[in-house]
Design a protein around this ligand. Structure first.
Ligand code: NAD
Ligand code: TYD
Length: 384
């Protein structure tokens, strides 16, 4: 019988949750174990239906815990380890980078070590190694920033549009995009910690034969995202008629991908990606921050019953983020050509679906945006 066991770390976070739901839908035979420390952004309620119906096993624990990880590997002998667990918010990493080094570097190192120890013991005992892939979930931020050399936006090439089988006219704000062979040039403590983890993962592949593959994805949006990141933070503030804090002049560009499209890419890399390879994944949906915020105002206003006070007067330009990367854009040709993957959700459709999800799940949001969240918000935004 094929071993279809997935150990998904950080599965109670935003993308991990989307991945677990995608996986259960895609592969009815998959056995899924989620290991998550439930830090401030992990939310067990996002997976309550899957836990209650015994579709997954949930283990609360830290990826840095050697004993726990070794025990889980021995108990479940996963064919796939997919590591989403991380500290993920750039602004928090500027405030205190130590938790980022602890989880993103030391935690990943512990997973690599434990997986390598299990593989070695299996091979020494004349058995086949059970691990087929260790997928390290990384980010495009490890490449640093790109220039904006088309400030008004230039159309995507016909070649790109045909590769994506897309008809809507996308734009790009620069002539370059990240490719997998670019040097790592991280700007923030967050991205530096993710770049370190990437290098360790590739080193464990080369030195010890661990079957590692890495995904580097652009900015995700969709259901279940913690409201400290741009899109859910703005949705929450719009609903509360609170000021919408746009950093600098709002001209920084991000390439947005719907989290379900990312999840599909991760699954493709886990099951069909080549060992030792890095795969970029992106949405081919570049947008300036200010345009995203204005679009959100319109979408929320069109979806709520009472939209009084929901307009662009809510926008508040605030001090810029230190070292703020100007532009991210992904060239995902390798994943598209090799794995037959491509992003399927347009930014318009994805954003409407995201707003609809937050409106339908107001309780999920309200449970978060009180207590500690308010202290975080005051600390981060009061002196901008
Ligand atoms: P998230 O912050 O929503 O979730 C992170 C999860 O990891 C949480 O459930 C948290 O409880 C868990 N976690 C944190 N520390 C842990 C530890 N020490 N042990 C076990 N669990 C721990 O993050 P996300 O946005 O879902 O990102 C997931 C991964 O994708 C990260 O590795 C991130 O770098 C990467 N990524 C994110 C984006 C994005 O736009 N959000 C884009 C590209 C890549
Ligand atoms: P974010 O969601 O934090 O993702 P990342 O920094 O990983 O790209 O931010 C996306 C963009 O939005 C980034 O350019 C910073 C900007 N931003 C704001 O202008 N205001 C905000 O309140 C936040 C959270 C982000």
């Amino acid at each position: 019988m094929t071993n279809n066991t997935f150990l998904v770390t950080g599965g109670a976070g935003f993308i991990g949750t989307n991945f677990v739901k995608f996986l259960l839908n895609e592969d009815a035979e998959a056995k899924v174990i989620v290991l998550d420390a439930l830090t401030y952004c992990g939310n067990i309620k996002s997976l309550s239906a899957e836990i209650e119906s015994h579709k997954i096993e949930f283990v609360k624990g830290d990826i840095i815990d050697r004993q726990l990880v070794a025990t889980l590997l021995e108990r479940y002998t996963p064919a796939y380890i997919v590591n989403f667990a991380a500290e993920t918010h750039v602004d928090r990493s500027l405030d205190d980078s130590r938790p980022f080094v602890r989880t993103n570097v030391e935690g990943t190192l512990n997973l690599l070590d434990c997986a390598t120890a299990q593989r070695r013991a299996q091979l020494e005992n004349g058995k086949e190694s059970t691990l087929r892939k260790f997928v390290q979930i990384s980010t495009d931020e490890v490449y640093g920033q790109l220039e904006i050399d088309c400030p008004e936006g230039a159309p995507l090439s016909a070649d790109t549009l045909s590769k994506l089988c897309r008809e809507d006219a996308g734009v790009t704000y620069g002539s370059s995009a990240f490719t997998e062979t670019m040097p790592l040039c991280a700007s923030s403590p967050y991205s530096a910690s993710k770049a370190s983890a990437d290098l360790l993962a590739l080193a464990y592949c080369r030195s010890f034969g661990l079957p590692v593959a890495i995904t580097r994805c652009s900015n995700n949006y969709g259901p279940y995202q913690y409201p400290e990141k741009l899109i859910p933070l703005m949705i929450n503030n719009i609903l509360l008629r609170k000021p919408l804090p746009v950093y600098g002049r709002g001209l920084n560009v991000r390439d947005w991908i719907y989290a379900e499209d990312h999840a599909r890419g991760v699954y493709a890399v886990a099951t069909a990606g080549r060992v030792g390879q890095v795969y970029n994944l992106g949405g081919y949906s570049e947008r300036r921050n200010i345009d995203v915020v204005k679009k959100l105002i319109n979408i929320v206003a069109s979806q709520v019953d009472d939209n009084a006070g929901i307009d662009e007067s809510l926008i508040s330009y605030v001090g810029d983020r230190p070292g703020h990367d100007m532009r991210y854009a992904i060239d995902a040709s390798k994943a598209i050509d090799e794995l037959g993957w491509r992003p399927l959700t347009s930014f318009d459709d994805g954003l409407k679906a995201t707003v609809a999800w937050y409106l339908a799940n107001r309780q999920w949001l309200n449970d978060i945006v009180s207590g500690d969240y308010l202290s975080y918000y005051d600390k981060m935004y009061s002196n901008r």
